[in-house]
Design a protein around this ligand. Structure first.
Ligand SMILES: [Zn+2]
Length: 433
């Protein structure tokens, strides 16, 4: 099933573009008089435009996406909200009436479904609505179908649907702004970025699904929150994706950058990328309109010791903190290296990639808003009484700044200008161009 997932046209299309690329390189080699391909590679820096403009595009109306909604260790009971059909190996094997429960069990790597006295076994089952009512799971409505898939030691509950339809469940929750015409260009820019992100995951996701339905990929809440405003932004940018050097661009976004975006290599385990480098997010900056632009967290010494203990950075809770220092910052102002010095002379270091996981928010225990903060350690009679973090921004800061883009949209910038601002040098491609 997985190998057939992407329409073959998508691949052939991609490879034909790839082939075109080689022809372009070959023609270039004739013109420049070079004979060895290795040498040609060196002489064309990645940022230089090739002599023939290459294009990358994909008809997204042909693509589907598999969104992981839930995971079950061994059994799952799925009460259906409407009459549904159960399909296995391309055949409808049963109809389950509204209000009944499908019992699924993992057995020897397969799923065993029990319906009354009948039992069915397969590595995956497809559940489709037999009425006009959308399927529901945990009080959320979903377009497309629900798949039950046997993974290693788990049953995955997956929503499979057209990629463009999936975006209708992403925009309203990821951007979450009320309908406002002055935000529309930002919504279009975001639709392109969210679409590009999703296609990026089609090629690099898990074997059984493409994206998770939460912040680990993109937040997706099905059909409940769809709005005409968001749908219009998706429709008007249909199939448009971001490309760079004839390849799908790698995109990231975060809520508010706090004034400067971040180099991708500083946050994620990958090399720096030309269009994902630190940029100044305007004067003001643009994302100052975000409610999380400025934040403050106040901890006790015990809170901090617990953070370090829970993350296995220290192996006893009886240590005492002497001081905390910022050893190194990135160009963006985010902390590259944080040093915690204990009274016994020992030190532990946190870096940009683990600071937010180790130090948690006081209100909900979630990850820290950003790594862009100053630290103020208060002491009373020579021991630490309070640790204050005074920070800016919300999120990793790489790529598009969501609040900044809303601000740019309000300032009259169009979606192309917004994209160019956060992903300089990329090209918006669409199969119709
Ligand atoms: Zn920003």
């Amino acid at each position: 099933m997985v190998s057939n997932f992407l329409p073959s046209k998508y691949f052939s299309h991609f490879f034909s573009k790839l082939a075109l690329g080689f022809i372009v390189l070959f023609l270039f080699s004739l013109h420049s008089g070079c004979s060895t391909p290795g040498r040609i590679k060196k002489e064309i820096p990645p940022t230089q435009e090739p002599i023939i403009q290459k294009k990358f595009s994909v008809d997204t109306s042909e693509l589907e996406i598999r969104v992981l909604l839930d995971e079950f260790k061994s059994t799952l009971k799925y009460k259906v909200n409407t009459d549904v059909g159960i399909i296995s190996n391309g055949e409808e094997i049963a109809i389950v009436k509204r209000g009944n429960t499908i019992n699924a069990q993992l057995e020897n790597g397969s799923i065993l479904i029990t319906l009354g006295r009948r039992k069915f076994e397969s590595s995956s089952f497809i559940i489709i609505s037999k009425t006009k009512t959308l399927l529901e799971y945990k009080n959320l409505k979903y377009r497309g179908e629900i798949n039950l898939t046997a993974a290693e030691n788990e049953i995955y509950l997956i929503n499979r649907l057209p990629l463009e339809t999936y975006l209708m469940g992403v925009l309203p929750v990821e951007m979450g702004v009320k309908e406002n015409d002055s935000y529309f260009e930002a919504m279009k820019a975001f639709a392109i970025v969210a679409r590009t992100f999703a296609i990026m995951r089609l090629n690099s996701g898990d074997k059984y699904y493409d994206v998770k339905n939460d912040v680990r990929d993109q937040v997706y809440r099905g059909a409940n929150f769809e709005t005409k405003f968001d749908n219009k932004a998706i429709e008007e940018t249909k199939s448009k994706v971001l490309a760079y050097n004839n390849e799908l661009a790698i995109v990231f976004y975060s809520s508010s950058c706090g004034g400067y975006t971040e180099n991708v290599g500083n946050v994620f385990s990958r090399n720096d990328i030309n269009y994902l480098r630190t940029i100044k997010d305007g004067y003001g900056p643009n994302c100052v309109i975000s409610p999380s632009f400025s934040w403050r967290e106040t901890y006790s010494e015990t809170d901090f010791i617990n953070f370090l203990f829970n993350s296995k950075m220290i192996n006893t809770k009886s240590k005492r903190i002497d001081d905390i220092a910022i050893d190194d910052i990135f160009e963006s102002g985010r902390i590259a290296k944080l040093e915690i010095l204990f009274t016994d002379g020992e030190k532990v270091f946190l870096n940009n990639r683990n600071i937010r996981d180790v130090i948690r928010r006081k209100d909900n225990g979630g990850i820290l808003r950003s790594t862009n903060f100053k630290i103020d350690v208060e002491k009373k009679s020579n021991s630490v009484s309070k640790i204050n973090l005074i920070g800016k921004g919300n999120g990793h800061g790489v790529g598009l700044c969501q609040w900044g883009s809303l601000s740019l949209s309000e300032q009259g910038k169009n979606f192309e200008e917004i994209i160019q601002f956060y992903f300089p040098g990329t090209v918006i491609e669409s199969p119709n161009d």
